[in-house]
Design a protein around this ligand. Structure first.
Ligand code: UGA
Length: 434
């Protein structure tokens, strides 16, 4: 099939590349000329495990191409994916201007039947708006479907190739048939393609992300309460998670959720509710709790150092909002570091992938180490913000030699508290006895 993908951000790029992998002819469109030139040379503009291999393979096979011409994109694809940014507006709602501007162009330029697919996370009712904007100028038949993505950064290729489910909001049989044909190769295992109306599909995405954010936040509250009563959240987590109605995943407490999706989507659903005079009280609480949780280690650090952090040297491990990505959007590390800097601490930081992004944001207010151990040299304490695998089994003797004091504040509960005690560390984590 001939596919066009408008927008080569993280979602567009993964979608385009994975659709080329199953033999489709994919043309990706982006207005950024430099980016398009780099991609044509085979350079993947984001860090996403395994994407580079698929990218090279499909460019070489001639199935994955790039252009800056929207017109070319709109002529090429029988199915046109809109993978455009929907940034957070000042009031928390999703800004649809990119999606609607491109829709306007689609209406003017398409000359034969096309399926337009909303892949971006968009509020309920967007498919209807896109339909209306295109219909203003369109001289041929077309259908608009909603097809939200459920890709996790760091696992996006795997999630795309082996999805647990595919959600398609469509009221046209013609479009549904084409979409099923496109996605059938990805659900050979028997996982479902769920067909529903457009609004339900749009809401499914917001509801799923908001539920997961709520699940994490609930565990963060249980963790905070564990600290009050002397219970161990790791044990509670396993005790709860083995109930299949609850499930083991997304129950890990820590210094809050971040990234480009959960914070934005929870706020957008909260705002969308308000617009309908519906008050999502649970989301109000989730947002408030998560904001506080991002700096949950700060009171523990100030208590340890008896309030004054001026001149204290602190090493930070992990800056990305989660492992396996260089993405620092809404990363809890940023809130932690700002709070520590405000209190006068001197920070030396390390992350396997996110250093360039953090450097751009923090400039010379931080010291940048070239390895995890270098960051700890001469530090009064180590603070862990992201659970990268390489931090999981450090050389404890080396760490003790490098740190001035063997003190670790762990925002992701990487280590066993008993092990840390026997290794001689002062170890403070989330929801567990120190
Ligand atoms: C999330 C969803 O998981 C995807 O299904 C969705 O498609 C995507 O948003 C999106 O809307 O595009 P992502 O933001 O990449 O994916 O990251 P997650 O792995 O979901 O983690 C989000 C945040 O929750 C991270 O900050 C992570 O550290 C935190 N988290 C996750 C916890 O604090 N505890 C957990 O148990 C799990």
């Amino acid at each position: 099939m001939k596919i066009s993908v408008i927008g080569t951000g993280y979602v567009g790029l993964v979608t385009g590349t994975c659709l080329a992998e199953t033999g489709n002819e994919v043309l990706c469109v982006d207005i950024d000329e430099k980016k398009v030139a780099r991609m044509r040379q085979g350079e993947v503009p984001i860090y996403e495990p395994h994407l580079d291999v698929l990218f090279d393979r499909n460019i070489e096979a001639g199935r994955l191409n790039f252009t800056t011409s929207l017109e070319e994109g709109l002529t090429h694809g029988d199915i046109i994916f809109l993978a455009l940014p929907t940034p957070e507006d000042e009031d928390g709602s999703a800004d649809l201007s990119y999606v609607l501007n491109v829709s306007e162009e689609i209406g003017k330029k398409i000359k034969e039947y096309k399926v337009i697919v909303d892949k971006s996370t968009v509020p309920v009712g967007t498919a209807e708006k896109v339909q209306a904007v295109i219909a203003k100028n369109a001289s041929c038949e077309f259908d608009v479907v909603s097809n939200p993505e459920f890709l996790r950064e760091g696992f996006a290729v795997d999630d795309f190739l082996k999805p647990e489910r595919i959600v398609i909001g469509s009221s046209s049989e013609r479009a549904t048939t084409l979409m099923k044909k496109l996605y059938n190769p990805f659900v050979r295992s028997g996982n479902p393609i769920l067909i529903m109306d457009e609004k339900s599909a749009e809401l499914t995405k917001y509801a799923a992300n908001s539920f997961l954010a709520t699940k994490i936040t609930f565990m963060n509250e249980i963790a905070n309460y564990c600290e009050k009563v002397g219970a161990d959240v790791d044990k509670v987590r396993v005790g709860m998670g083995t109930d299949s109605r609850i499930g083991k995943r997304f129950l890990f407490p820590g210094i809050g959720y971040g990234g480009s999706c959960f914070p934005k989507d929870v706020k957008a659903l909260q705002k969308a509710g308000k617009d309908e005079n519906y008050d999502f009280k649970i989301l109000d609480a989730v947002i408030e709790i998560n904001d506080t949780q991002k700096t949950a280690l700060i009171p523990k650090i100030t208590t340890h150092f008896k309030a004054d952090l001026s001149g204290k040297k602190i090493a930070i491990w992990g800056l990305a909002f989660k492992p396996e990505t260089d993405d620092i959007r809404e990363a809890p590390s940023i809130y932690m570091m700002n709070a520590l800097l405000e209190k006068g601490a001197e920070l030396t930081v390390f992350d396997p992938e996110a250093m360039p992004n953090i450097k751009e944001k923090f400039g010379d207010t931080l010291t940048y180490a070239t390895s995890m151990y270098e960051a700890t040299k001469g530090a009064d304490a180590l603070v862990i913000c992201t659970e990268w695998s390489i931090f999981r089994t450090p050389n404890y003797s080396k760490l003790k030699e490098l740190l001035v004091h063997p003190v670790i504040f762990d925002g992701r509960n990487l280590y066993n508290t008993e092990d840390m005690k026997s290794e001689g560390f002062t170890y403070v984590s989330i929801g567990r006895k120190d």
